[in-house]
Design a protein around this ligand. Structure first.
Ligand code: MN
Length: 247
């Protein structure tokens, strides 16, 4: 099977390396990833500047690899359209930091997988719940275990989040729903050396998950990996049905 791997942390992220190392053991892996970190790029693409795909290598791995001066979505589009790749599967990650629930709207990692889905290719975003993970192997192994299910075709995109725990301490993998993530929305305000103020987005989460809720945030916080099947349709079908009935 040919697997296209991308991410939003940049092509030299240790998380991407770990995922490519895991998958190239028994698959043909092509890496097409941003040449620098693009976390938070969401579903953006590059419209007004030229893109370059520089062939590079990932130390010791037998994979074709391209560093692109664009977004994760650019990488998926280029990978599937221009770089002589016809992937059976797209994997995005392993992202440093969780992409739980509504974080998916901001995440370049998840958006790359959604782009894969929009192109008709089974795709999975993989994130570990730490910016300084101990070990990527648990997330890589759980991602691998979900591939047969993804290829069954009931859903085109999975958003997988894995706790930063030793493999033996991860209690299992839950199929679950997307959670609402709540942040401190007040940007940190500081002064530059010229005494002009600047703002920086805070990352402190205020989210509290109920102990009985069946969402990715609750399960990852309880020591489980969490896999959410993602729709490619933002329509509120319940609302639409009511409005149709009214007319
Ligand atoms: Mn990232």
């Amino acid at each position: 099977m040919q697997i296209l791997i991308t991410n939003d942390d940049g092509i030299f992220s240790p998380g991407l390396y770990a995922l490519a190392a895991e998958m190239c053991r028994d698959h043909e892996v092509v890496v097409v990833a941003p040449n620098a970190e693009r976390s938070g790029a969401a579903h953006s693409f590059t419209l007004t500047t030229p893109l370059r795909a520089e062939e590079t290598s990932l130390a010791g791995l037998p994979v074709r690899a391209y560093a692109v001066n664009g977004t994760p979505v650019d990488c998926v589009k280029l990978g599937c359209g221009n770089l002589d790749v016809t992937p059976d599967l797209i994997l995005s990650g392993i992202n440093l930091g969780a992409n739980l629930g509504t974080d998916a709207f901001y995440s370049g990692t998840v958006s790359a997988a959604i782009e894969g889905g929009l192109l008709g290719i089974p795709s999975m975003a993989v994130s570990v719940n730490s910016f300084t993970p101990e070990d990527f192997a648990p997330a890589a192994h759980i991602a691998r275990s979900l591939i047969p299910r993804l290829l069954r075709g009931e859903c085109k995109v999975i958003n997988l989040n894995v706790p930063d725990l030793p493999e033996a301490l991860i209690k299992g993998c839950r199929f679950t729903a997307s959670s609402r993530q709540v942040y401190d929305e007040v940007y940190v305000e500081r002064r530059d050396p010229h005494n002009r103020r600047y703002f920086w987005i805070p990352t402190a989460k205020l989210t509290q998950h109920e102990t009985n809720e069946d969402t990715d945030g609750r399960w990852v916080g309880s020591g489980y990996a969490a896999a959410v099947p993602i729709l490619l349709d933002l329509t509120d079908h319940a609302c639409l049905a009511r409005w149709r009935d009214e007319t």
